[in-house]
Design a binder for this molecule. Structure first.
Ligand code: COS
Length: 381
């Protein structure tokens, strides 16, 4: 097998295992759910957990498999090539646990890990109706009451919001302190006052669940505070520094699939007496797509390898996220162009990929916010 990225034998086997599972269990379902605007397939997620994919990221000390960021990312990328929406929702347990793995104590780690190990999902809850790009505008409140905190507010656009059983929620203990009032809490779904609001009806990434969450006088023990009071904004930013880069596996998978479909079609479709891949106009489109795929993957793997060294760099994460998602958008558009009328038809997979690609430029911080992060990092002190 061609191994241009220098993966180990174990990593190649892991990728092959994930690819086979995703193609067998997800490919047909993905098409059907997308076309019919269905929901996240819980039955596939159950098999995903039974196969051990959900606990790969969890350290062995917490009962998981302790795989590296690179290994987990390789698996996720294979799933994203089949359906980015599914793997986006299926991995929110990991994303939701990031604040706890990086800043939580042993009790909190085990509490959350037990949800993952029993096949439950978690979710990372930062965004609010008026605090999206401006995450510091968080209005959800946390008020200390004896040995408890009482949480009030609502979160929106939460990936797996309607599926998860445990949430990491960012709330302010004092609005006047701005970012320094924001704190991070663990909230279990079964606590009185937690409710799930409307699920978003999205143009793409249909298999992922995106929902609103409401917290009304939700009482949680004070030991559910992750890190210290006022540390929440830094916790959220640090997690995003890590996740924005490696979570670009979604955009990478979408791009790879669009490219593969375009190459396959261009080799089969004949015009003017030859396959269209022999026309220079099409070749140039495909060559640009190949450049995007190869450079994006290099960046993605570099980012994952840096995370495995414990380096979560805000600028690198922002560059990776922006570069790969912008390329995913371009490559999927060009794939539709290569397939022509068939590309625009729902019968072929590329129009779905173009719809799925669009969200990659928006979530985990819009690409405009990423450019702001990169730009600010260039200001000399
Ligand atoms: N890592 C660690 N700390 C960070 C940080 C980072 N990447 N970025 C900012 N901080 C710290 C700053 O150092 C500052 O701390 P001090 O006051 O101690 O110096 C504090 O956080 C506030 O920083 P800043 O003033 O830069 O915050 P802003 O309100 O200007 O906003 C952005 C910063 C825009 C980067 C932030 O709001 C953001 O990332 N928005 C997008 C949110 C997002 O991605 N949402 C997606 C949904 S979650 S999937």
């Amino acid at each position: 097998m061609k191994n241009e990225f220098g993966l180990t034998e174990e990593q190649l086997d892991l990728k092959a295992f994930a690819k086979e599972f995703a193609e067998n269990e997800l490919l047909e379902r993905s098409k059907d759910i997308d076309h019919n605007h269905g929901e996240f397939p819980m039955d596939v997620f159950k098999k995903f957990c039974d196969a051990g994919f959900n606990s790969m990221f969890l350290p062995e000390s917490l009962g998981g498999q302790g795989l590296s960021t690179m290994d987990v990312m390789l698996v996720n990328e294979e799933f994203a090539t089949v359906d980015a929406g599914f793997i986006c929702s299926a991995t929110t347990g990991e994303f939701g646990m990031e604040p706890i793995l990086l800043f939580g104590n042993d009790m909190q780690k085990q509490l959350y890990a037990d949800f993952i190990l029993s096949g439950k999902l978690g979710a990372f809850c930062l965004t609010e109706a008026n605090a999206g790009s401006d995450a510091s505008a968080t209005r959800t409140t946390a008020v200390r009451d004896g040995n408890d905190y009482i949480i009030n507010g609502s979160k929106c656009f939460i990936t797996s919001g309607g599926l998860a059983d445990v949430f990491t929620v960012f709330a302010t203990v004092d609005k006047s302190l701005g970012t320094k009032g924001i704190s991070c809490f663990i909230i279990e779904k079964d606590r009185p006052g937690v409710s799930v609001g409307k699920a978003e009806d999205k143009m793409g990434m249909v298999l992922s669940n995106t929902a609103e969450l409401v917290f009304q006088d939700v009482r949680i023990p004070a030991d559910h505070l992750v890190g210290e009071e006022g540390q929440g904004f830094k916790i959220a930013m640090t997690c995003l520094d890590r996740s924005r880069g490696v979570n670009s596996y979604g955009a990478m998978g979408i791009m790879q699939r669009a490219f593969d479909e375009a190459v396959k079609y261009a080799n089969q479709r004949v015009t003017f007496g030859k396959p269209i891949i022999k026309h220079q106009a099409v070749q140039f489109l495909l060559a640009d797509m190949q450049i995007a795929v190869t450079t994006s993957r290099n960046l993605l793997y570099h980012c994952a390898r840096m995370c495995d060294k414990g380096i979560y760099d805000a600028r690198l994460g922002a560059i990776t996220k922006t570069f790969i998602s912008d390329n995913a958008m371009k490559v999927t558009e060009d794939a539709v162009q290569v397939l022509g009328g068939y590309g625009y038809s729902r019968e072929y997979p590329v129009e779905k990929l173009m719809r799925d690609a669009k969200l990659q430029q928006i979530f985990e911080g819009t690409n405009q916010i990423q450019r702001m992060v990169i730009g600010r990092s260039l200001i000399q002190k």
